[in-house]
Write a protein of this length. Structure first.
Length: 392
């Protein structure tokens, strides 16, 4: 099949990572795949022009030159229009991962290929125009997929739409328990064996709940003073204008500033060694599609701490993770402290975490995507035909 894989930007976010690795896995299975991503110049600047990592499939950058630095109705319609002008009309499948991609493909003229949308998570934009834009697109595509059974249920319950699951995969060769930590020990001055590092990987946006991470860390720091929190994250599509001001206030309020390190951006090839240096990886999202950073951490043999939201409970179990109800910073902190104080327990949990993700390869994800594609391309059955009950 000839497949256009379409994602909303070239910087590393969950849906972007998913679409790129899925594209490569489909290409390995013999399909002709090209990845398209949008460069919103006013929003992303020079960093967004190049895709965040080298790809094994062709990649095309679609430029949107609008002046809006934020995402609003004007910018999403402008990005969709730019995408529509850039996409060839001869693909068998157009696989999108957001409403902008869906709108762009729908604006194309003389398109014959089927339009598939993978829903990574569903949440309101708190903007009536954007919410209406999203609802229009989601009801108008040819087929739907989700990244977890949780979102499959939500999609059916909210829209009456059935989507088949295409799981996130993970590169088990890239992320593994024996990563070289030298580079990050040097960069973070982490040669003191008494220092313990917690790692948080997520965008600086309301959905990712960094404020809960800082509240949790405040409690952890009282119990294990030699702990440091490393935050890998940057502003995202849904970031609020004063997001960083809130973080500054919380750092002072929780008195954690001296033990928190912010890394705005980490090169893709440097992430495995950062996971390897961490004692534990924690994510305090308000909502989550699946938890791709948790999956990478698990492949690296790390215990997990998280709120039990979205698709996370499908991935993380209590055997290797501390899962607590959303907002329960006290219980999450206690679980983290217990892991930090027992290297034996941390090692055992890490082994079970690695074992859990070994079944989630990108090849598996590609097979799941192929199934969705084939169902869409299959000719409709004639009523009373041989495929119908009662047919001859």
């Amino acid at each position: 099949m000839k497949i256009a894989m379409i994602t909303y930007r070239g910087l590393p976010r969950g849906g972007v990572v998913h679409s790129s690795f899925l594209a490569e896995a489909l290409a390995r299975r013999g399909h002709q795949v090209t990845l398209y991503y949008i460069w919103h110049k006013a929003r992303d600047g020079s960093e967004g022009k190049d895709f965040y990592r080298k790809l094994a499939v062709p990649a095309e950058c679609v430029t949107y030159s609008g002046k809006e630095a934020e995402v609003n109705k004007g910018s999403v319609e402008g990005m969709a229009a730019a995408l529509a002008k850039s996409l060839p009309n001869d693909y068998d499948i157009y696989h999108v991962h957001d409403a902008i991609g869906a709108a762009g493909v729908r604006k194309m003229k003389k398109r014959t290929g089927k339009l598939v949308w993978t829903i990574h998570h569903l949440e309101p934009y708190n903007d009536p125009e954007l919410d209406a834009f999203f609802d229009t697109q989601i009801r108008a595509v040819d087929g739907h997929a989700t990244v977890s059974a949780y979102w499959q249920f939500v999609l059916k319950n909210k829209y009456g739409i059935f989507g088949r699951v295409i799981h996130n995969g993970v590169d088990l060769m890239k992320y593994h328990p024996k990563g070289d930590t030298t580079i990050w020990k040097e960069r973070l001055n982490f040669f003191d064996e008494q220092k313990k590092m917690l790692l948080y990987v997520g965008g600086l946006e309301p959905r990712k709940g960094l404020e809960y991470m800082l509240l949790t860390f405040e409690i952890v720091l009282r119990r294990v003073p030699q702990t440091y929190l490393v935050v890998v994250g940057r502003s995202a599509v849904s970031s609020q204008p004063h997001e960083k001001d809130l973080i500054e206030i919380l750092l002072d309020r929780t008195k954690t500033r001296n033990n928190v390190v912010f890394l705005d951006y980490v090169e893709d090839e440097d992430m495995p060694s950062l996971y390897s240096l961490a004692k534990m990886v924690v994510l305090t999202s308000r909502n989550e599609g699946w938890g791709l950073s948790l999956q990478e951490a698990m492949a690296s043999g790390k215990p997990i701490g998280a709120f039990s939201v979205g698709g996370i409970p499908e991935l993380v179990t209590n055997e290797f993770g501390i899962l607590v109800p959303f907002g329960d910073a006290g219980s999450l902190a206690q679980g983290i402290v217990n892991v930090l104080k027992s290297s034996k327990r941390a090692k055992s949990m890490g082994k079970m975490a690695r074992r859990r993700v070994e079944g989630f390869s990108w090849e598996r994800s590609a097979k799941e995507a192929e199934f969705v594609y084939e169902l869409l391309r299959r000719p409709p059955r004639r009523r009373g035909g041989p495929d119908e009950e009662g047919g001859s």
